[in-house]
Design a protein around this ligand. Sequence first.
Ligand code: DUC
Ligand code: ZN
Ligand code: ZN
Ligand code: ZN
Length: 490
Amino acid sequence: HTFDCVILDGNVVTAADVGRYDIAIKDGKIALLAPANSLRGSSAKRIIDAEGAYVTPGGVDAHVHLAEPSLFGKGQSSDDYTSGSRSAIAGGTTTIITFAAQLKSETSLLPALERNFAEAAKGAYCDYSFHLIVSNPTKDALDELPLLKRRGVTSVKIYMTYEALQLRDNQILDVLLRARAEGITTMIHAENGDMLQWMTERLEEQKLLSPRYHVTSRPPILETEATNRAISLGQLVCAPILIVHVSAPSAAEIIRNAQSLGHPVYAETCPQYTFLTRAALEKPGFEGAKAVCSPPPRNSEADLEGIWTHLKNGTFTILSSDHCPFNYDDTAFGKKAAITCDAPDGHFKHIPNGCPGVETRLSLTFSAKRLAPERFVALTSTNPAKLYGLYPRKGALIPGVSDADLTIWYPSGKMQPFSISNDLLHHNVDYTPYEGIEVSQWPRYTLLRGEVVWDRDSSGLVGRQGFGQFCARESSFWHEDLPDWDVANY
Ligand code: DUC
Ligand code: ZN
Ligand code: ZN
Ligand code: ZN
C-alpha cells in the first residue's frame, strides 16, 4: 500500500481556510493533501469517504481536570485518564492538556508531575500533556521551572482564589517573572478570593445556602477585579498571561482593552459560558448543583451573546472545556457531599466546583453555527496547539509534519439531529449539564495518529486504552524573547 489511510472528498478546514481535498496518511502523519477525489482508486489499507463533509484537525482541549486531588472544596474527580480520554475521542478531541497540581504542603513541583505521569500510564485513549498548578511558589519550586520545561511542561496555572491554592500578589509576581524568563506560559484563574469569602459569610448570616447562591457569592465584579489585577501584575514584569475560563463579558472587555494596548494577554472561555446561565443553578432542590462551576454561569442570554461576540472578534484565543468531573448522586465524593442535616439543600460552598464537558465541547460549539468554520478550528484546535507549544505537530494538517489527528463530521443532512443525553457519553460522570440541548453535528469519525479511534455509525469507540501518548511541549508558538526584566529600569 502506498498509504495507510486515505480520506476522500473532505471539506477540509484549517485555521486559515476551507477547501475540498483528499487527505493521505502514512506512518501516523499527514502525508499529503490533494484535490478532492484525485486519490480515488489509490492504494491504502483503509479508505474513508467523507462525502463532502467537514474534516477538521483533531480537537485540542487545553483545559481538562483528571484524577486531581480535591482542591476546589470537597469532592473527588470521577474521571481518571482512561475514562476522561475515552470521552475526549468520542467527542472528536485527540489531545488533552490536564493539570498536575502541586499541594501547598509540597515544596517541589516534581511530585505532582510524577503523580500525573503515573496516573496517565494506566492507559489513555488520546494524546496528553500536562500543565503544572503552582500553589506554593517557593524559590526552590520556581528553580525547577527549567527542569519542567525540559520535561515538556511549558505552562503553569495559578489561582487568585481557593484556600488550598490562592496566591498573594507578590507570589504571583514571583511566578510571572520566572515563567517569563523560562518561556513558560502562566495561566491565571482570576476571581478575587477575599471578596468571595466575604460574600459567602454574608450569605451564611442569612442562611442562603442552596446551590443558586453559588452565583450570588461570585458576581462579575470578583472576576473583573481579578482580571484587571492579573493584567496589571503581568504588566509590571512584562510577562505574557492567559486568563482561563472567562465567564463575564465585562471581564472579556477588560482583556480586549489590554490587548488593544499591545499587552500579551490571551484568554480562554468554555461552553458553560456560551450555553448556560444562572437559570441552570436556580432549579428546585439540589439539582442546580450540577451546574456549579467557577466562575459561575452568568445572568442572562445577553451574557452568552457577549461571550460569543468575543469568540468571533478575537478577544478569546482558545475555547476549552474545563472538564472537571464530579458525580452528582454521590454523598461521599460527589456534588451531594454538600448536603448535611442542617443544610438539606446543601451548602453551596461545599459543592465541588466543576462540570464535565470534554466530549460535548466540539459538537455543541460546531452545531451552534455561530462561528466561521476556520474560526471554530482556530479556537478549538490550532490556537491551543500554538499557545501551548504543540504546534505544528498538533492543530495543523501540514504534510510530513502534523500528526494525522482528524475529526470527520457528517455531510449535511446525513445525521439525524439529537438531544444530548448523558447515556450517550463516555465519561465516568452521572450527568451532563448540557442534557437536552439539541445538536445537529457530532463527529462521525475521530482519527488519532492515523488510527480510527471513534466510528459512530459502526462500532463506536474503537480506540485502544494506552494508545494515547505523552506529548512533550515546546514554548508557546507566540513566545517572544524579551529583554531581561530589571527593577533598576523602573
Ligand atoms: N477552576 C478550574 O479551572 N476548574 C474547576 C474549578 C475551578 O475553579
Ligand atoms: Zn480555574
Ligand atoms: Zn479548570
Ligand atoms: Zn525565550
